[in-house]
Ligand binder design. Sequence first.
Ligand SMILES: C[S@@+](CC[C@H](N)C(=O)[O-])C[C@H]1O[C@@H](n2cnc3c(N)ncnc32)[C@H](O)[C@@H]1O
Length: 397
Amino acid sequence: MTIEAFATCPKQLELLLKEEILILGGLEVKEALAGVHFQMNAADLPRLIMWSRLANRIMVKLGGFQCRHKKDLYDAVSGIQWRSLCRQIPDTLSLRFSGTNPSLNNSHFSSQVMKDAVVDQLFTFYEQRPKVVKNDGHLSIYGHLRHNQLSLYQDITGHSLHQRGYRSENTLAPLKENLAAAILIRAGWPEKARQHYHLIDPMCGSGTLLLEGWGMATDLAPNKNYKSHALFSWQHFNVNHWHQLLDESEQRHQQALQTYRGQIIGVDHHKKSIEMAQENSQQLSAGDRISFHYQTLDKFKIPPRNNLIVANPPYGVRLQKNYLSSWRQLAHWLANNVRQAQAAILTPDESLAWLLGYKEQASYLFYNGRIPVQLRLMDIDKSNRLTVPDKQHFALP
Ligand SMILES: C[S@@+](CC[C@H](N)C(=O)[O-])C[C@H]1O[C@@H](n2cnc3c(N)ncnc32)[C@H](O)[C@@H]1O
């Protein structure tokens, strides 16, 4: 049975997510703002959920309706056979609603109308009401209203897939896991890992970039530990099939573990962050294949060649008042301790990128939360250094 669905993602990841969904068997795959429309066989959706490194949520489209007023909304929601969407009577219900029109101008109110319609229908049938919960109900519903057109979806992921489950505690400013995955894809890490490159993060924090990089290098299913009421109670979910997918993913991982020979190394001068990174890597059973070091950059030596350096240095006074000194130390380390490497550095503006002292080969826009940032790719070798006039005493731009 072919299902029409929408996968949500952070802005600027749409094209990468489109490619990922195509590889995982999607049809009619079309980018939209912060998401991708696609069709897929119902039986293949759990595989997409287990293997997507980039999606936030997967939502199955239930229908589109003209909707101007409260009654249109109530009638449209009542027209869906909610009880047939779950394998058993849903114990819990979660709802989200976005969008307005002149009459339905409060999305909280629209969500209440949607809830009343679903609960009334389920009560008529089962004589019991599901408990309304904030997230990941056994039945999770999303309504979106735009230009008087209502789209209704069943959210079969329940919560965002970027929460892989390996990160127990947050450090200062961790990257979301799917943003880290997108950064690594743009930096060419999947191909470089096949060539046994080393992955190095000199300001690794809780290690998100390296742990995602480890997952890619060792073909680890990003969402193998994913647990969700919404998915497990979805009408097309099959427990045996999920276990088969888990077995298959374990085989793939074991095989890739034998193959990948690179090293994954992280450094940070914040002790607590390194402790967290170590804990997180234990969750992935990475053993000693990833090493995290609490040390200053000046003493950090990396392998002589085949290095991809990735970094998300600090910026913005909220995170670190003297963040400029971190960028200077990074520039000094690249110039003095790195003989040959490719680097992918997340930079908030041109002047900090310029401070690093290398010409960039490509750059990509991402959003870290709401903050626009550029990923800049550069070759770290002497021939690629920016030339600065001898007597220049000011910073550009
Ligand atoms: C934005 S955070 C990195 C977050 C990381 N990507 C994550 O997902 O957890 C920047 C990190 O750079 C580290 N840092 C700043 N200056 C440093 C330096 N000179 N040497 C080593 N680490 C540094 C900070 O301690 C902080 O953990």
